[in-house]
Design a protein around this ligand. Sequence first.
Ligand SMILES: [Ca+2]
Ligand SMILES: [Ca+2]
Length: 612
Amino acid sequence: MIIEVNLEKPKLINEKNTIYAAYDKAFYVVDENGAYLPYIATFFNLPQQKNAMVSVVKVKWERMPVRDYRILPKDKVQVEPNKTIVSSKYLGLYRRYPVHALKIYPVQYDNNRKELRWIKSLRLEIRGQIDNSRKSVSPLTKATQKFTKTLFINQSEQIYQLPKPQLSTLNKKEQFANENPALRYSQIYKIAVNEEGIYKITYEDLKDAGYPLEFTNPQKLRLFNKGLEVPVYFEGAKDGKFDPGDFFEFWGEPNEKTFIKTNPEQYKDPFSDENIYWLVLSDENGRRLVDESGGLINTAPGTYIRPYAFRETLHFEKDGAYINFGHYTANVNNPAYQIDHWYYDRGIAAVESRTYEFDLPYPFQYGSQVFVKAAFRGFSIDTKMNGPGKGHQLTLWLNDRKVAEVKPEDEWKAQTVRFISNNEIGGLPQSNLEHGKNLLRIDMEQTGVTDVVLLNWFEISYLRKYRADNDYIKFRVQENLPRNLTPQFEIDGFKEKTIQVYKLGVSKIINTRIDVYTDNTDRLTSYRISFQDEVFDPKVEYVALTEKQKKKPLSIKEYKSWKRLLPQVSLLDKSNKANYLIITDNLFYVNATRIKLFQNNKGFQTEVVRVE
Ligand SMILES: [Ca+2]
Ligand SMILES: [Ca+2]
């Protein structure tokens, strides 16, 4: 492979009364005479996994006199005796492309003559041998072309990759166990959300975020979250172009329950509620929500059944006060993710009764199906409560119905977690719930001791009517429906008629019926959506909402590799080690790279990482 390099005259930077040569994106070395010189690093692709031979075929120098060039004292820095003007090294594989680094040292300084010479043009020959590789399948897709073009200096018809590795699925899984699969693709953008809902991303949204839509075949777009592909609903992808009017939708959730398996009180994520959905461009088609007909087909009596209520579980949690637990060593020694530090308030202290208001939508009126679960942590550490048969005391009430009670003899001690529920006792009556405002009350009656507890969160599980609240409802099929009948969902309560239904992870339901309906019991007149679906899996969830209730993400941003000059190096790559890590804002990046050079010269391998 022959490479022609043409270089511009280097910029001369005057700093602290010395001058040094500079190129954009250059790195720096110090030569054996102490001259501070730029070099350029780039990558090429060759079908071999060992170092290649690079030789200079032709070089044309230019010279200019420079006084006061930056010469560093040799005893203070690590010099690189470097007689060559080019060097190359095999770095490793990126995907299946062998990546070789090419370094060009285009500037030399002669301190006796006070003369700088620089390479104006250079012809290189790179020789390798064909290993076990093959040329990329041609023609390359636009996305791959764009990616190889940015990474390698090769012409695009000269890109080689290794054959697909013959790994078993298990091995492959092990190899990438901790890797974010989204980073294997190109055009990586991060969509941040912190609320549950249907998100709609339009042409304009992506254009505003700088997404290169003109190169994008929407069929090849894929969305990943926490290592798994998320199916999206796409409108306008058939023509292979992402143009105005096109959009996609997906079900988004906040980042939560990260530690709930090991620490059941940690419902929220202790570090961030922002969840990242990775939008990438792939060579393969992405997962899609399909259109599924929900037409009212079974109309004869005795063929369909209308479910009237489903089980809804709502989580209530407020970060009202941060509690340190500073004086209790067992808690101080726990890492932050093992113990929730955020509570409703600074605690409920005996003798006291405190009430917490919360909103519930449309409870069904009949039966005894209401279950409450609340997470508390003790706060007071009164030594009088250390003995046997002593502990915190509280009674939990829902709208003046007793849920459960903890007695001192239950020995709930000091600052430990306690879950309180009526799951074992039996459900409270549905008629005890109101649509809208409801009350959870905590009574603490213990006297003669200091008894303080903290409310972390509570959950109400109840039967809910199929009625939208604020033009939105997430629902599922009613429990224990007869299996020989087709469920016909009828959901009213909508103020607008632009109602759409999604079967989460599966489909968007079309051919639904939307009409104006007046409820027999409460005479509410509203828009109603009806559809039939043969699903009896009680875990399948649906969302029905109006167009206005679709959400927009917090942000859409291009993903920037932590190591921007070597984007092909994964964070988990073993070659990524450093003795000294500088984490900085973009603002200080240039100065930080100078510290990096200084530390490198002292023998510490140093990395600079920019925060976003
Ligand atoms: Ca289109
Ligand atoms: Ca909390």
